[in-house]
Design a protein around this ligand. Sequence first.
Ligand code: NAD
Length: 290
Amino acid sequence: TAHIIDGKAFAANLRSRIATQVSALKERGITPGLAVVLVGEDPASQVYVRSKGKMTVEVGMNSWQHKLPADTPEADLLALIDTLNNDPAVNGILVQLPLPGHMDESAVINSIAPEKDVDGFTLLNVGLLATGQKAMVPCTPLGCLMMLRDHLGSLSGKRAVVIGRSNIVGKPMAQLLLRDSATVTIAHSRTTDLEAICREADILVAAVGRAHFVKADWIKPGATVIDVGINRTDDGLVGDVDYAEAVKVAGAITPVPGGVGPMTIACLLANTLTATARANGLPDPEGLTP
Ligand code: NAD
């Protein structure tokens, strides 16, 4: 059966390495700081923001949470972001998505100073990643990449299939795999022959948002399977992969929960540390960037 990639343990280890580097920065009088902005009362977003704040404090960083009512005018949110952009104590800014319907999500995201854009969603960071330059990289795919490299070593020449083409997971995941010289296919809702395409994958990343979507017989024996999906079902939280059957075929697989999820938050802290180092003219911290 498959090796279970323990994202929870991997993330704990990553956070402890980050904490060590935060202490070293503090000795030089630099304390990394992350500001998280939440607009409205979406329950899932509230949970994410709370746990992001808790983890930020645990690694020794400053954490600020700005909670705005759902009917906040967009101009007020933009004014807050402008203040954070100009606050030297703030190294990272994260606006929790989704935003209320009356706001232009793209305009809000792109008002974040690119060097503080720890989600890597601004146009500049998307372009830097796509052209292979130093960028802030989206947290979820960055965490997936770290686990893949840890398990497989070099990804060069491997056949990778990413199911999902969202801007926050699928597309940046494909960019990162390409950057590591994998041969990358992006599959999506209009893909024909999806099963056959998946069967060619040495690396299969599922970011679809449908419980048990990827079946065991779509998986090439021995393949490494990264399950990004988070789906609430009557049986609790499950991923996009039919895990119980897939473990019998895959070479390695990430569980849900305990796989990609914890790595995403750890990578947010990694990006905040990277942003802090860059803001202070220091080299990028070891092992936290692609
Ligand atoms: P999304 O809804 O934006 O994108 C889903 C993608 O799946 C789309 O590109 C679509 O083309 C593709 N898709 C839908 N139906 C398909 C089908 N029948 N066949 C092939 N492709 C199909 O979602 P997202 O934001 O990319 O997130 C994907 C999943 O990952 C969700 O379950 C989300 O909750 C989860 N997620 C997890 C984390 C984490 O930290 N673990 C972070 C972000 C997202």
